[in-house]
Design a protein around this ligand. Structure first.
Ligand SMILES: Nc1ncnc2c1ncn2[C@@H]1O[C@H](COP(=O)(O)OP(=O)(O)O)[C@@H](O)[C@H]1O
Ligand SMILES: [Mg+2]
Length: 289
């Protein structure tokens, strides 16, 4: 089921206008990356899609449901179908990793199963399997406050994979990871959404990762969508204009160039038509961070 925003605006409690005229449709199984400078409204947009913030105007449907007209039961059901990966996962520091992972399914389990799991984890094998995909299988029984920021961020991603939601919302999900781990973690996230036909909407700081892993890119600046295009049609000029306030420097994750995913650059290294942006990012040095 699709998620759709039509003419949506968002004014924060202090009167700050964070988003305006946002129209966006995310089809079932579609993968979209939102990029843009700091303060563009990426987190605000992700929170709207997660029904954590209410739009000030416009229409919004998440997985075919308007969360602001839904009953309490419908809202609970909807939220169980949405998996959110936060930039800094809101995991209680004293919680064990396994409990944090299993919490991903709490919304799907009957109350008795959730309570039992607090006393004795009900699915150790399942939690371990998902952590293994992020090289964290040996941290299963560690307390979360013993993990580094990057490890905690990977636990946050693993939890959402364990949840198996229909819509994954990821707000800068790999910002605390080094380039190799960031690329691998994003690869896992993309593979999972592809395999299950889940929609994936991710805000990314790093332009190279967005171009590599996502077939559609939304450019957001000062609360407005400035382009919404298939990745192959995103040009260098568009990217430089998007980041004009940051001197036109494109923030990238990789110290070394990241090869495009599927044949965007031919064997001789010449970019195919419409792949200018990818080529530019390939040769960018890491000046953004
Ligand atoms: N709760 C809030 N109250 C007031 N202003 C906010 C709030 N959250 C974000 N903003 C402002 O809205 C703008 C967009 O923020 P945000 O969505 O976090 O952007 P991004 O994720 O692209 O950096 C920023 O100027 C930010 O200061
Ligand atoms: Mg943000």
């Amino acid at each position: 089921m699709a998620s759709e925003l039509t003419g949506v605006g968002l004014t924060h409690g202090n009167g700050f206008r964070a988003l305006q005229r946002i129209s966006l449709r995310l089809a079932r199984g579609e993968r979209v990356a939102v990029i843009g400078p700091s303060g563009a409204g990426k987190t605000s947009l992700t929170r709207l899609l997660g029904s954590a913030l209410r739009p000030s105007e416009g229409r919004l449907e998440i997985l075919g449901v308007n969360p602001w007209q839904a009953s309490a039961g419908e809202l609970r059901h909807l939220r169980a179908r949405i998996g959110t990966i936060h930039q800094a996962p809101p995991i209680p520091p004293r919680q064990r990793v396994i409990t944090a992972i299993l919490a991903g399914r709490l919304g799907h389990w009957p109350v008795w199963k959730g309570l039992c799991s607090l006393v004795y984890p009900v699915d150790i094998d399942g939690a371990q399997a998902v952590l293994a995909r992020f090289d964290l299988a040996d941290r299963l029984f560690d307390r979360c406050d013993r993990l580094s920021g990057g490890q905690l961020q990977r636990v946050g991603i693993a939890r959402v994979l364990y949840q198996q939601p229909d819509l994954i919302l990821a707000d800068e999900p790999v910002s605390a990871l080094d380039p190799t781990l960031a690329d691998a973690a994003l690869g896992e996230l993309v593979a999972d959404s592809e395999r299950r036909g889940a929609s994936l909407f991710a805000s990314l700081h790093a332009v190279d990762l967005a171009l590599k892993w996502f077939p559609r890119i939304v450019g957001l600046r000062a609360g407005e969508i400035v382009f919404d295009l298939p990745t192959a049609r995103v040009s260098e000029t568009m990217l430089r204009e998007l980041y004009a306030a940051e001197g036109g420097v494109l923030p990238t994750q990789a110290q070394t160039p990241v090869a495009p995913r599927d044949g965007a650059v031919d064997a001789a290294g010449t970019p195919a038509d419409g792949q200018v942006a990818i080529a530019v990012v390939r040769f960018e040095t890491c000046r953004g961070r």
